[in-house]
Ligand binder design. Sequence first.
Ligand code: AMP
Length: 282
Amino acid sequence: MPLKVLAKPTEVQVLSFQWHKKGRSIGFVPTMGALHEGHLELVRQSRRENDVTIVSIYVNPLQFGPHEDYQQYPRVFDQDLALLRKEKVDLVYHPTNQEMYPKGFNTGVEVKGNVVQGLCAPFRPGHFNGVATVVVKLLEAVLPHKLYLGQKDAQQVAVLTRVVTDLDIPVTVVPCPIVREIDGLAMSSRNLRLSPIARGVAPVLYRALKVGRSIVQLGESDPKKVLGEIRKVIKTEKSVKLQYLEAVKLPDLEPAERIKSGTMIALAAYLDGVRLIDNILV
Ligand code: AMP
């Protein structure tokens, strides 16, 4: 079946209803485009587990702060389409801002509680409400059985799991493992904006997280000590500006009093003005 591209939520709904009627299972991968292997792994998993796979490409203005990189965010739609065609995706939903937030739009999803207390939330006010609002709208158009999300954005997974549970949205969240470059850097569309020097330095983030995990495996469970050792590794690279480093419990991301199996250690850092996030599960 040739790849379809639709821009209107109602058009997507019509197709989705037809697939539902035929008893087809639908997997959905929301993205902001500039696709890389991290995105494509989600697509492949969805293809393996469903009859139909829908991918959205939409850079959502609602989730960017006034001083964030909405304008600079990479947009390479034709290249993305070529990749998705190769992966045999069935439908790409590519709304415009006009379609997503028409004149008069005035409703939003507000997320509260532990999932939005720590990690990225205090540094990106409004971000997760913007994510929750757009993803609920995307889900209402696509009506998928399964929603594929990358663990790279672990807080996003926690928030959206909360949202679909709290709002009784009949979809199963499927968290997918982080895909990394050979040197350990978590793949991200934003890596394209790193200078060659910063790109060389960036793998220190994952190296440091792995050091933290090995210390835990050797028996240390005090977050102060473990995070302290991780910080030391990151400090060896002067150009890296650590924004936060936290150990949290899943699924709701409360701070961990002790680090043990299942605890997540997550960080955000600036390199060259580019904000990178990463995390590791102990
Ligand atoms: P984005 O286009 O950045 O909004 O990402 C779309 C989806 O791809 C999100 O669920 C991300 O968590 C996921 N994703 C992005 N990068 C990676 C990666 N390196 N590994 C796994 N999933 C990823």
